[in-house]
Design a protein around this ligand. Structure first.
Ligand code: SAM
Ligand code: SF4
Length: 348
């Protein structure tokens, strides 16, 4: 009640203040992974089928819409934003988005980063640094050019190496990600550790996840990292460290190299308790969990009005549905994917 006028003050609209995002399990959501395109210039066998059908252009958010949506998330407490895909650097004019988002570093956003296959890095490394990006993840599953071609189907190993050189020269810190594949790169892992650490890069190995139909049987290639680790410990001394990113990775220091090695084990362990992230696709669909199908459509709201206000309660409503964890494990014995969409849709 406004005492002087005797009128009842109308309550502030729900969206007037962008409240921080806390899910039903009291996890603060501060990390957004944003898949800016489902397209890619590679066709990694564990990720995509060779003849993929990609989304029609009308379904994709424009770069301006992407910037608006990311800004709404930053207003709601996102501190770390990772662009991914598909291959983020093949999205046309993606550097416009990177530059706009880079302006928010230091005012809301702590870090802007990306995960890339490295094919376009030679072209974009300097500009990425100029936009405020300081660290990137580069996916690299093998050091053998022939095997690289085999696993990526379309990729050129030497081009990726040039990209890594360019990124390091530009001042970008790199972490390599390698998917552990039985009878493919398991024997190479010691060399990959020496290579990465010798060049001042971290290395994280990832278990394959059953996402999207691909042409091969994933169980043929599935390698539990617990087994890989036992093998690696025959050659390396690993010291557990407390480095945490809120994600499913656990890290060790390799004493012989002095470098950091991460293990992402969504299949053998589940570290959902400390999950701080949500994922947004290039159609404006918000997935609250990589391993679940529940999602919220933010694109229709984004297109319905130029006012960002209504987005906030829509985001809150989606966060209130964030599940406790994924259940890839339940599906592991089946050859069918646990989640129908490909990793390239939600982003790795
Ligand atoms: N194209 C970029 C790249 O490859 O870095 C970004 C997108 S890609 C989907 C992100 C990460 O997901 C990559 O490191 C890739 O190896 C990983 N990935 C793709 N499909 C996967 C799967 N089924 N299981 C586990 N990791 C997967
Ligand atoms: Fe493309 Fe990355 Fe998927 Fe490989 S893992 S096909 S590079 S999106």
């Amino acid at each position: 009640m406004n005492i002087q006028s005797g009128t009842v003050a109308s309550p502030a609209p729900l969206w007037a203040t962008a409240r921080p995002m806390v899910d039903p399990f009291q996890r603060a959501i501060t990390y957004l992974r944003f898949s800016v395109t489902d397209r890619c210039d590679f066709r990694c066998t564990y990720c995509m089928a060779e003849n993929m059908n990609f989304l029609p252009k009308k379904d994709l958010l424009t770069l301006e819409e992407m910037n608006r949506l990311c800004s709404a998330f930053i207003a709601k407490g996102i501190r770390k934003l990772r662009l991914t895909g598909g291959e983020p650097l093949v999205r046309k004019n993606v550097m416009h988005l990177v530059r706009e988002l880079g302006k928010q570093i230091g005012s809301g956003l702590d870090e802007l980063t990306l995960t890339t296959n490295g094919s376009q890095l030679a072209r974009f490394a300097d500009e990425l640094y100029d936009c405020g990006v300081r660290r990137i993840n580069v996916s690299l599953d093998t050091l053998d050019p022939d095997k690289f071609r085999q696993i990526t189907r379309w990729g050129d190993f030497h081009r990726v190496m040039k990209g890594i050189d360019a990124a390091q020269n530009a001042g970008l810190k790199i972490k390599l990600n390698a998917v552990a594949l039985k009878d493919f790169n398991d024997v190479e892992m010691p060399d990959m550790i020496r290579f990465a650490h010798g060049r001042g890069m971290g290395l994280t190995v990832i278990e394959t996840m059953p996402m999207g139909e691909i042409e091969e049987d994933r169980t043929d290639r599935y390698l539990p990292l617990s087994k890989l680790r036992v093998d690696l410990e025959k050659q390396f001394t690993m010291r557990e460290i407390d480095h945490r990113t809120g994600g499913p990775a656990r890290y060790v220091t390799v004493e012989e190299t002095g470098g950091r090695l991460g293990f992402i084990t969504p299949m053998t362990h589940n570290f959902c308790d400390s999950c701080n992230r949500v994922r947004l696709t290039c159609t404006g669909t918000l997935y609250m969990c990589l391993g679940q199908n529940d999602a919220a459509d933010l694109r229709s709201m984004l297109r319905a009005t130029e006012d960002d206000g209504p987005l906030y309660p829509a985001i809150d409503e989606a966060i209130s549905r964030k599940p406790k964890g994924h259940d890839f494990i339940i599906h592991r014995t089946h050859n069918r994917p646990a989640v129908a969409r490909h990793m390239s849709v939600t982003g790795g």
